[in-house]
Design a protein. Structure first.
Length: 188
């Protein structure tokens, strides 16, 4: 997620060190939300994997209860929304571009993670929801197909924006990021 946000900030706003740091901080807050709720349920992370495309936190809590798994999965999104709301209120008192950027970075992290795509929290939440009604294999297939279906219009929109704007590559970077995650997961 961090790589995507840094790329988007560079493409859309120039090479602003502050914006890159805010994107990184928003991604850290997201993962902190997951970790806090793991500890809230008296768990601890078994391992934390960080690679070029994602941060994966593995915990025994996720195996013990589907309700706890849903809460932990949604906690990252909730933290980003909470911090963006707090920053939005703070902006009412002191109008500062830094606060606007912090709010937008957190909203971007939250909404991108809400996408029902395999590697994102939205995909994991959809999978958990579907397993209440269908088998795990079928739920995985639904999320897999939905991931592919969502990538196609994103690519088309990215190409359209590229040619109709002043060389705005941001949607194409989002598509390439999703494609990279998808391919890396399939190769494992």
């Amino acid at each position: 997620m961090m790589i995507l946000l840094m790329t988007l900030s560079v493409v859309t706003a120039g090479v602003g060190q502050t914006l890159v740091l805010l994107c990184f901080f928003s991604a850290v807050l997201h993962e902190l939300g997951h970790l806090i709720f793991i500890y809230t349920f008296n768990g601890k992370p078994d391992k934390i994997e960080i690679n070029l495309f994602e941060v994966k936190i593995c915990s025994d809590i996720c195996l013990s209860s589907k309700r706890k798994d849903v809460i932990i999965t949604f906690a990252g999104i909730a933290f980003n929304l909470l911090f963006s709301a707090f920053a939005g209120v703070l902006y009412c008192f002191c109008h500062n571009r830094f606060i606007v950027d912090f709010t937008l970075c957190n909203l971007c992290v939250a909404f991108i993670n809400l996408l029902p795509v395999q590697s994102f929290d939205g995909g994991q939440l959809l999978y958990l929801f579907l397993t209440e009604f269908i088998s795990e294999k079928s739920a995985f297939t639904v999320v897999f197909v939905l991931t592919i279906v969502l990538m196609f219009p994103l690519f088309i929109a990215g190409v359209f924006v590229l040619f109709t704007s002043q060389h705005n590559y941001s949607l194409l970077f989002v598509f390439l990021y999703l494609l990279s995650i998808f391919i890396s997961k399939e190769l494992r």
